[in-house]
Design a protein. Structure first.
Length: 207
């Protein structure tokens, strides 16, 4: 059967929706849909409810902008964390990667991306002002830059660094155990953990 020759419009519609997901082509989408068709109706209903509930009810922590079930995420509401150390990351996947190292006990600030003029993403599109607000309110003693070691990541680091110039907050960055061009979420846990523990002053890195 040709991938475009569907015996059912319902099947075609489902395949088209699945193929909109990143990294999912039409053939993979068809395989996933056919897999669901083999499942019990109740299983498929639970699957669809989970996706719908996620989209309708998921929140962003009002402090760090991490994804959360509540107004304040489990990390920001944890009294055992060091709330004076704030690790700046690009997205939720980076939070999960750093948490998996079990080497970091501070809190986070999720930017929601990095500055990328080629993609039409500027500082105003990110959670930079809310980060600056946390610093202005005296909520942090140290800011750790943990963005991907790409040109866009470094440019974002520098932009925030310049905005924080003159503030008493200590600004550090991951030790370069993370190779140039690496994305945080794909860095192995041991290397990432060591990079956090051995972080260096950002101004020294620039030098």
């Amino acid at each position: 059967m040709s991938i475009d020759n569907f015996p059912s419009k319902l099947l075609e519609n489902a395949v088209n929706e699945f193929s909109k997901l990143p990294g999912i082509g039409k053939k993979t989408a068809l395989r996933l849909v056919l897999h669901l068709l083999k499942k019990d109706v109740n299983e498929v209903v639970r699957f669809s409810r989970a996706i719908t509930q996620l989209r309708e009810e998921v929140k962003h922590c009002r402090i760090c902008r991490n994804i959360s079930d509540h107004d304040i995420c489990n990390i920001c509401s944890n009294p055992a964390r060091d709330h004076r150390i704030v690790c700046v990351v690009e997205n939720i996947r980076d939070v999960m990667s750093i948490e998996n190292t079990q080497q970091y006990r501070g809190v986070y600030h999720v930017l929601g991306g990095i500055i990328s003029p080629m993609d039409g993403i500027g500082p105003a599109d990110l959670e930079i002002e809310s980060l600056l607000g946390r610093v202005e309110k005296g909520e942090a003693d140290e800011i750790i830059f943990a963005l991907s070691t790409t040109m866009e990541g470094d440019s974002t680091n520098f932009f925030i660094f310049k905005k924080l110039t003159g503030s008493p907050v200590k600004i550090t960055t991951l030790a370069r155990g993370v190779s140039i061009g690496d994305e945080i979420e794909y860095t192995d846990e041991i290397t990432l953990g060591r990079s956090i523990v051995n972080r260096m002053l950002f101004e020294n890195f620039m030098g």
